[in-house]
Design a protein around this ligand. Sequence first.
Ligand SMILES: *Cc1c(COP(=O)(O)O)cnc(C)c1O
Length: 490
Amino acid sequence: MNRQLYSPLIFELSQPGRRGCRIPDNHLPLADDFLAANLLRGEAVNLPEVDEPTLVRHYNNQSTNNFGVDSGFYPLGSCTMKYNPKINEEMAADRRFAALHPCQPDSTVQGALELYYDLQSALSEIGGMAEFTLNPYAGAHGELTGLMIIRAYHNSRGDLKRTRVIIPDSAHGTNPASAAVAGLEVVSVKSYPDGTVDVEALAELLDDTIAAVMMTNPNTLGIFEHNIPRIAKLVHDAGALLYYDGANLNPMLGVARPGDMGFDVMHINLHKTFSTPHGGGGPGAGPVGVRKGLEQFLPNPRVEKLADGSFRRVDNPESMGRISSSLGNYAVAIRALSYILTMGCDGLAAAGRLAILNANYIKERLKDLYLLPIEGICMHEFVFDGLRDKSTGVTTLNVAKRLLDHGYHAPTIYFPLLFHESLMIEPTETESLNIIDNFIDVMRNIAIEASNDPETVKSAPHNTPISHPDDTAAALKPVVTFDQLQRNDS
Ligand SMILES: *Cc1c(COP(=O)(O)O)cnc(C)c1O
């Protein structure tokens, strides 16, 4: 990496009187001539004054300081970003979709409704569910939708006592958050030392106040919950429903289906598994699937296929209500269907298996140097508890920062919370053996360097524009304007 280490702000490049454009004289009156005095500024706004080449170079150089999955390998996988084939972007950008308005009459958007219908059918097939809604905007939004569907189900049976949800201690943080937003009380269930849910502890918690049990499988440790059939029976015998957090469906693709395991309601993050870039918080989509018998509770509107082959949007009176303004984040749905169709059944099944193979390959080739707290075959991801050599004081944060010097994005660190030095790696299916081998070499070199020359690793990164921002200060006292920066400097 050969980067300019410090890039000045555009304000720092400003020179009084410099300009990059000249607005032609249009002979119109000045705003001062007709706007009321109280609407006018007292003094000129402080804008940077730069010539055009300076402007162009500034933003162009800034753009290359960005690290994206198009510039290098992300060992933090589909949960954050797996490679998104470009054809899916082209499909989503097609004017024939992009220029549609959500309020157009159904007769004028038959193709768009058909796409919605086809995608929800494909997801139903992949998840083993009866029907999907594509309306929720994100994974957490899908969880909320799913829990509201579950409430609507219990309410429809007059079963009003069920106000609590059981969630494993290893769950993603959005699970308890969504339950709270849905007005449900969260009950935590612990895990066995092997990382899977403690079935005996779960059985004790189940009673007629439990609305649902939320599970992630493989769980956030990348471990397959092999007791699901037993858990499903316990949950159903207690009158509750079993919810599947399928945010990351990568390892399950074409391998196993939540519906076949006994799950009643599930969500999928299209922006994780099905090809939508979502760095920086969006866009996303969290479609929710339900087993047979729960379809009427799905959010409005649904897309229905009529006997003559046409499509229409329908509202159902038993529905949990509306969760989005229309049919969800439609461009994300286009990318997902494009991904599914270009991959085909065989391609999707290969993706899941390759994601698992890649993760296990990296794990096995690094575990002599990095501490593997949970042995055995992992699914799409696995967790190290930092370096094996703990004598040098080199932390997971140091290793992650040192990776940046070698042109790799850092993996997920300090999550899950079950270990002190968690370093979670998810390579996904898209990377070739060469790329993965290079990554392994770099990880091995960093581990060796940590033992021989710990200071170099502790002071990394050495060649990025910013090295050690103070995360805590940034959160407590964010500096978001140039004025604040100047004040802090003085
Ligand atoms: C990412 C993730 C979520 C949340 O999805 P968002 O789209 O970020 O709201 C929920 N559960 C798991 C297991 C996840 O990985």
